[in-house]
Design a protein around this ligand. Structure first.
Ligand code: DQA
Length: 147
Protein backbone atom coordinates (compact mmCIF):
# COMPACT_ATOMS: atom_id res chain seq x y z
CA UNK A 1 0.00 0.00 0.00
CA UNK A 2 1.38 3.41 -0.99
CA UNK A 3 1.03 5.83 1.90
CA UNK A 4 2.64 8.79 0.15
CA UNK A 5 0.16 11.62 -0.34
CA UNK A 6 0.58 15.07 -1.84
CA UNK A 7 -1.52 17.94 -0.48
CA UNK A 8 -1.68 20.89 -2.85
CA UNK A 9 -3.13 24.31 -2.15
CA UNK A 10 -3.55 27.04 -4.72
CA UNK A 11 -3.65 30.84 -4.76
CA UNK A 12 -4.34 32.80 -1.57
CA UNK A 13 -4.66 29.71 0.60
CA UNK A 14 -1.39 30.70 2.28
CA UNK A 15 -3.49 33.46 3.88
CA UNK A 16 -5.98 31.10 5.52
CA UNK A 17 -6.79 32.17 9.05
CA UNK A 18 -6.61 35.86 8.24
CA UNK A 19 -8.26 35.86 4.81
CA UNK A 20 -12.04 36.47 4.85
CA UNK A 21 -12.47 34.50 8.11
CA UNK A 22 -16.26 34.72 7.80
CA UNK A 23 -15.99 32.58 4.66
CA UNK A 24 -12.89 30.46 5.26
CA UNK A 25 -12.66 30.31 9.05
CA UNK A 26 -9.73 31.02 11.37
CA UNK A 27 -7.66 27.89 10.79
CA UNK A 28 -4.33 28.56 9.11
CA UNK A 29 -2.83 26.33 6.43
CA UNK A 30 0.04 25.18 8.72
CA UNK A 31 -2.61 24.20 11.29
CA UNK A 32 -4.51 22.18 8.67
CA UNK A 33 -1.24 20.45 7.75
CA UNK A 34 -0.41 19.71 11.40
CA UNK A 35 -3.91 18.27 11.92
CA UNK A 36 -3.39 15.95 8.93
CA UNK A 37 -0.02 14.76 10.26
CA UNK A 38 -1.57 14.12 13.67
CA UNK A 39 -4.60 12.30 12.27
CA UNK A 40 -2.58 10.12 9.86
CA UNK A 41 0.79 9.42 11.48
CA UNK A 42 1.53 6.58 9.02
CA UNK A 43 1.14 8.77 5.93
CA UNK A 44 4.18 10.43 4.34
CA UNK A 45 2.72 13.81 3.39
CA UNK A 46 4.17 16.20 0.88
CA UNK A 47 2.62 19.64 1.41
CA UNK A 48 2.83 22.38 -1.18
CA UNK A 49 1.14 25.73 -1.72
CA UNK A 50 1.59 28.03 -4.70
CA UNK A 51 -0.08 31.13 -6.04
CA UNK A 52 0.36 30.19 -9.69
CA UNK A 53 -0.94 27.36 -11.84
CA UNK A 54 2.49 26.44 -13.25
CA UNK A 55 3.96 25.49 -9.89
CA UNK A 56 0.91 23.39 -9.04
CA UNK A 57 1.10 21.64 -12.41
CA UNK A 58 4.80 20.90 -11.84
CA UNK A 59 3.97 19.44 -8.45
CA UNK A 60 1.24 17.24 -9.93
CA UNK A 61 3.76 15.95 -12.46
CA UNK A 62 6.13 15.19 -9.62
CA UNK A 63 3.42 13.27 -7.71
CA UNK A 64 2.93 11.27 -10.90
CA UNK A 65 6.65 10.60 -11.36
CA UNK A 66 7.02 9.65 -7.68
CA UNK A 67 4.02 7.31 -7.98
CA UNK A 68 2.34 9.01 -5.03
CA UNK A 69 -0.65 7.19 -3.56
CA UNK A 70 -2.90 10.14 -4.18
CA UNK A 71 -3.29 13.90 -4.27
CA UNK A 72 -5.61 16.26 -2.43
CA UNK A 73 -5.90 19.61 -4.15
CA UNK A 74 -7.62 22.83 -3.27
CA UNK A 75 -6.99 24.84 -6.42
CA UNK A 76 -8.56 28.00 -4.95
CA UNK A 77 -9.78 30.36 -7.66
CA UNK A 78 -7.98 28.33 -10.33
CA UNK A 79 -10.74 25.73 -9.91
CA UNK A 80 -13.05 28.02 -11.81
CA UNK A 81 -10.70 29.02 -14.61
CA UNK A 82 -7.70 26.80 -15.28
CA UNK A 83 -7.99 24.35 -18.15
CA UNK A 84 -4.23 23.75 -17.87
CA UNK A 85 -4.58 22.63 -14.26
CA UNK A 86 -7.49 20.39 -15.18
CA UNK A 87 -5.41 18.84 -17.96
CA UNK A 88 -2.61 18.16 -15.47
CA UNK A 89 -5.04 16.43 -13.10
CA UNK A 90 -6.30 14.33 -16.00
CA UNK A 91 -2.75 13.47 -17.05
CA UNK A 92 -1.50 12.02 -13.80
CA UNK A 93 -2.02 8.49 -12.51
CA UNK A 94 -2.47 9.11 -8.76
CA UNK A 95 -6.12 9.66 -7.81
CA UNK A 96 -6.90 13.33 -7.13
CA UNK A 97 -9.59 14.60 -4.76
CA UNK A 98 -10.59 18.27 -4.92
CA UNK A 99 -11.37 20.09 -1.69
CA UNK A 100 -12.99 23.45 -1.07
CA UNK A 101 -13.32 24.87 2.41
CA UNK A 102 -16.41 26.86 1.50
CA UNK A 103 -19.55 25.60 -0.18
CA UNK A 104 -18.83 26.97 -3.63
CA UNK A 105 -22.37 26.07 -4.72
CA UNK A 106 -23.89 28.43 -2.17
CA UNK A 107 -21.83 31.46 -3.18
CA UNK A 108 -21.48 33.60 -6.32
CA UNK A 109 -22.59 31.99 -9.58
CA UNK A 110 -19.06 32.04 -11.02
CA UNK A 111 -17.90 29.67 -8.26
CA UNK A 112 -20.35 26.99 -9.31
CA UNK A 113 -18.34 26.03 -12.35
CA UNK A 114 -15.44 23.82 -11.30
CA UNK A 115 -13.21 23.37 -14.35
CA UNK A 116 -10.77 21.18 -12.48
CA UNK A 117 -13.30 19.01 -10.63
CA UNK A 118 -14.39 17.10 -13.72
CA UNK A 119 -10.94 15.54 -13.93
CA UNK A 120 -10.86 14.65 -10.23
CA UNK A 121 -12.06 11.47 -8.64
CA UNK A 122 -14.37 13.41 -6.32
CA UNK A 123 -15.02 16.77 -4.73
CA UNK A 124 -15.62 17.81 -1.13
CA UNK A 125 -16.92 21.32 -0.63
CA UNK A 126 -18.26 23.31 2.29
CA UNK A 127 -16.99 21.21 5.19
CA UNK A 128 -14.12 23.52 6.16
CA UNK A 129 -10.74 22.02 7.11
CA UNK A 130 -12.45 18.69 7.78
CA UNK A 131 -12.69 18.30 4.00
CA UNK A 132 -8.94 17.64 3.84
CA UNK A 133 -9.19 14.95 6.53
CA UNK A 134 -12.06 13.25 4.71
CA UNK A 135 -10.24 13.38 1.40
CA UNK A 136 -7.13 11.77 2.91
CA UNK A 137 -9.25 9.10 4.56
CA UNK A 138 -10.88 8.34 1.22
CA UNK A 139 -7.52 8.08 -0.53
CA UNK A 140 -6.18 5.78 2.17
CA UNK A 141 -9.18 3.50 1.81
CA UNK A 142 -8.94 3.65 -1.96
CA UNK A 143 -5.25 2.80 -1.80
CA UNK A 144 -5.87 -0.13 0.50
CA UNK A 145 -8.74 -1.67 -1.46
CA UNK A 146 -8.01 -0.46 -4.97
CA UNK A 147 -11.79 0.00 -5.30
C1 DQA B 1 -11.91 27.97 -2.28
C2 DQA B 1 -13.12 28.48 -3.05
C3 DQA B 1 -12.70 29.29 -4.26
O1 DQA B 1 -13.84 29.78 -4.95
C4 DQA B 1 -11.85 30.48 -3.83
O2 DQA B 1 -11.40 31.18 -4.97
C5 DQA B 1 -10.74 30.09 -2.95
C6 DQA B 1 -10.98 29.10 -1.89
C7 DQA B 1 -12.34 27.23 -0.99
O3 DQA B 1 -11.51 26.52 -0.43
O4 DQA B 1 -13.47 27.39 -0.52
O5 DQA B 1 -9.64 30.62 -3.02
O6 DQA B 1 -11.19 27.04 -3.08
Amino acid sequence: MNRQLTILNGPNLNLLGEREPGVYGRTSLPQIEDDLRAAFPDVAFSFFQANGAGALIDRLHRAHADEAGGVVINPGGLSHTSVALRDAVAAVVPPVVEVHLSNVHAREDFRRELVTAGACEGVIAGLGPRGYLLAVRYLMEHASTGA
